[in-house]
Design a protein around this ligand. Structure first.
Ligand code: CA2
Length: 144
């Protein structure tokens, strides 16, 4: 069985570390990817790390995941709160899914309190900064 974890990042996460460090921390998305690769190597996992600002592209990656991935870590960013399409794509996929948010979405605006992804995720990690990604890798390692 494939031991590759697909890590998907949604819109504007390419700006990590460059804007709003008080909210999202000082690490760039490249730094997060490096941390994920290091943790994955220790667990004997491969990582396929991606970011897109386009909902349809994210949905395409989710649809294709069953061919080459053992599980998904997804930070859907703003699409968490709006996208039935991402919810449906994850629901149709028979792979474990962990949803990650860098910030604590429940301590923020009301419109961030609900995520359409959470109902189709095996687990949700939020508010722990970029450590959420490596915690999710450890959790997925137990699930796959
Ligand atoms: O806390 C998270 O990880 C979020 O998924 C981040 C999203 C936000 O819409 C969610 O409610 C919570 C925003 C990602 C935008 O990232 C930026 C990073 C730096 C500067 C500007 C935006």
């Amino acid at each position: 069985m494939a031991r590759t974890i697909l890590i998907i990042n949604g819109p504007n996460l390419n700006l990590l570390g460059r804007r709003e460090p008080g909210l999202y921390g000082a690490k760039t998305l490249d730094d997060v990817e490096k941390e994920c690769r290091k943790t994955a190597a220790g667990l004997g996992l491969e990582v396929d790390f991606r970011q897109s600002n386009h909902e349809g592209e994210l949905i395409g990656w989710i649809q294709d995941a069953h061919q080459r991935s053992a599980g998904i870590i997804i930070n859907p960013a703003a699409y968490s709160h709006t996208s039935i399409g991402i919810h449906d794509a994850l629901r149709a996929l028979d792979l474990p899914v962990i949803e990650v948010h860098i910030s604590n979405i429940f301590a923020r605006e009301r419109y961030r309190h609900h995520s359409h992804v959470s109902a189709v995720a095996n687990g949700v990690i939020c508010g722990l900064g970029s450590a959420g990604y490596t915690l999710a890798l450890n959790a997925l390692n137990e699930l796959i």
